[in-house]
Design a protein around this ligand. Structure first.
Ligand code: T3D
Length: 260
């Protein structure tokens, strides 16, 4: 598919998706969502890609659903729209068995915040801000917002942010655990490049497996979690990277992981 609303950049083993509607702070359209789903499925199928970065062009990461996309919001079949767009995009990112990094360059609001939360690691520019915007327009959080936000910041804070629609800055987002790191705006691209390259050089099979284990563990008993860990571990132990990791340790050299 050709990409009109995102820019896709393959840099070695890292694929970058840059949302490219800066005039609307990268508000999300159905087209943009389709384009992202297409890239994520290509990344999933390509062994050469071992990390995905999502960022935004201009001063926004994403202002959420494009509120101007629909002719008349009152007539919109919102349930159908959510299913078609976000119910494909958000799970595609959460379930991708490779590391996904959000380079949060600016405001992340509503479904734009959900998009950042669907990424495994969030590194924010000090110019970024965060807003669970839904309540401000009379909506409830969607696009995974009720599932993803409490996992990042805990139930109480998620409820507060969702109920008030309060805008928080990057420093506060770091304090409450919404982002993993904050860097000066001018350094964001360089910092993300270094970080994503390092993630891409890690044992990708193990990372894919551990993502799934952690995602599922909250709903399991300890015994169930132990069983899942054991099954995943035998998969990880069957990888070339496990053999390489142990050999590198014994030989006192850095490992050369291939992702297989
Ligand atoms: O329909 C469904 O499927 C339901 C799904 C809902 C999921 C959701 O994401 S609901 C939440 C949607 N998002 C919002 O409600 C946020 C709306 N935007 C804002 O509140 C503000 O723009 C921000 C706080 C994000 C940023 O404020 P500020 O002052 O920095 O920028 P601005 O001037 O408001 O926006 C700049 C431009 O972007 C402006 O366009 P203009 O006037 O220069 O032509 C503005 O209209 C446009 N823009 C910002 N957000 C959106 C948008 N255009 C369309 N949709 C947006 N969400």
């Amino acid at each position: 598919m050709s990409y009109e609303q995102i820019v896709v950049d393959v840099r070695g083993a890292v694929t970058w998706i840059r949302l490219n509607r800066p005039d609307s702070l990268n508000a999300l359209t159905s087209r943009m969502s389709d384009e992202m789903v297409d890239v994520v499925s290509s990344v999933a199928a390509d062994d050469a890609v071992r990390c995905l970065v999502v960022t935004g062009e201009g001063r926004g990461f994403s202002a959420g659903q494009d509120l101007k996309e629909f002719d008349a919001v009152a007539d919109l079949d919102i349930e159908r729209h959510l299913e078609r767009a976000y119910h494909r995009l958000i799970p595609a990112l959460v379930d991708l068995p490779k590391p996904v990094v959000a380079a949060v360059n600016g405001i992340a609001a509503g479904a734009g915040l959900s998009l950042a939360l669907a990424c495994d690691i969030r590194i924010a520019s000090d110019a970024a801000a965060f807003l669970q915007a839904f309540v401000r327009i009379g909506l409830v959080p969607d696009s995974g917002g009720t599932w993803l936000l409490p996992r990042a910041v805990g139930y109480a804070k998620a409820l507060e942010l969702s109920m008030t629609g309060e805008r928080i800055d990057a420093a506060e987002a770091l304090r409450i655990g919404l982002v993993h790191r904050v860097v000066p705006a001018d350094d964001l691209e360089k910092e993300i490049t270094t970080f994503a390259d390092a993630l891409a050089a890690m044992p990708t099979t193990a990372i894919g497996l551990l993502k799934r284990l952690l995602r599922d563990a909250a709903g399991l008993t300890l015994e169930e979690a132990l069983a899942r860990e054991a099954a995943a571990q035998s998969e990880a132990a069957g990888s070339h990277d496990f053999v390489e990791g142990v050999a590198a340790f014994i030989e006192k050299r850095p490992p050369d992981f291939t992702g297989r």
